[in-house]
Write a protein that binds this ligand. Structure first.
Ligand code: DAH
Length: 339
């Protein structure tokens, strides 16, 4: 029996392997559950007492040399694999991670917030499901006022008092009801209009509303604030204010920026005039201040409202408003480098 063990010890010493699989097979043959070693251990009880010592020593030697052999072969073969580049260059950078991108609407919204927060405006929000008072009546649009038709409204069928807000001007009302002047706030948010969907218009879009209320606020303050904004946002320093009508402001104006006529695109988007309309604005109507609990004999202020999609379309030259809502990654991926 001892000779048999010695034979195996010699075999182990002579064993060579070309691959890790062969080493593993060897390990199982000798050191595995049903391997030679365990078989010898099982024999141990049958060995006559006077031979037990030598037998035990022989098994232990077989065990040690087998273990050493496995470890040694493994190490050389693994080293060889590494050299051959099985694992490649372990110092190379990992696979690039797929990182997301901000939606262009968020990018533009954040930029607008930044620009106005630099001159002391805070951010306020209101509910998308509104009541008639905040969306219309308090804004100087009483029932049956023809200007209500300027914005096609989604009403909740069972309750004509509840609707999806058609503009963020509703947040003005809520803000004035809950805060004392001086007020400087901008309110970004989603608005809804019952309009046919096309490349130019959508039934869901985003606006930013601005509101400034204090003592002695004048139209000149409004103009200067908007000029500051257009310079920061578009890098354009020429604006014009065209007289217009909004029920909640008096006087009211539409703001155009001079975009220029340098490229073919400039011609197309400005219809050959060089001017682009970007928002509505005006001095808050005294009736609106009164409706919201602010004394118009003490305070005055201005307000403005603009569409975020429109600005994003201008900045990024996006030709179809529907792209903002399709979540096509080929579109969204293009805004990766933006903050
Ligand atoms: N609410 C208007 C709209 O949705 C935009 C607007 C115009 C807001 C003039 C204002 C403003 O605050 O003063 O078309």
């Amino acid at each position: 029996m001892i000779d048999k063990i010695k034979e195996y010890i010699d075999k182990v010493a002579a064993f060579q392997a070309q691959s890790l699989e062969e080493v593993e097979a060897f390990r199982i043959e000798y050191l595995g559950k049903k391997g030679h070693l365990n078989q010898f251990f099982a024999e141990f009880k049958n060995v006559p007492n006077d031979q037990k010592k030598d037998f035990g020593q022989a098994i232990n030697t077989l065990k040690t040399v087998s273990q050493e052999k496995v470890a040694e072969l493994k190490e050389t073969l693994e080293g060889k694999q590494e050299e051959e580049g099985v694992y490649g260059d372990l110092t190379r950078p990992a696979e690039p991670l797929q990182i997301g991108s901000r939606h262009p609407i968020s990018i533009v919204k954040n930029e607008i917030i930044n620009i106005f927060s630099n001159i002391g405006f805070n951010v306020s929000e209101g509910p998308e499901i509104e009541d008639d008072w905040h969306n219309f009546t308090a804004l100087n649009l009483p029932e049956y006022h023809p200007a209500r038709d300027m914005q096609d409204t989604f009403f909740i069928q069972t309750d004509p008092d509840i609707l999806l807000r058609t503009h963020t001007s509703s947040v003005q009302v809520r803000y004035m009801e809950n805060n004392e002047p001086p007020i400087r706030t901008i309110s970004p948010g989603r608005v809804f209009r019952n309009e046919a969907i096309s490349a130019r218009s959508h039934c869901i879009f985003h606006q930013v509303e601005g509101l400034y209320i204090d003592k002695d606020v004048s139209f000149a303050d409004l103009k200067q604030t908007l000029l500051y904004f257009t310079k920061q946002m578009f890098g354009k320093s020429k604006i014009r204010l065209r007289p217009s009508y909004f029920p909640f402001t008096e006087p009211s104006a539409e703001v155009d920026i001079y975009w220029g006529l340098e490229t073919e695109t400039d011609y197309r988007i400005t219809k050959g005039t060089g001017w682009l309309e970007i928002m509505g604005c005006g001095m808050v109507d005294p009736n609106v201040l009164k409706n919201c609990g602010i004394d118009p004999s003490e305070y005055s202020g201005f307000a403005f409202g603009m569409g975020i999609e429109r600005i994003a379309m201008l900045l990024y030259q996006i030709g179809d408003i529907r792209m903002f809502y399709e979540n096509d990654v080929r579109f969204l991926e293009q805004f990766k480098s933006s903050i």
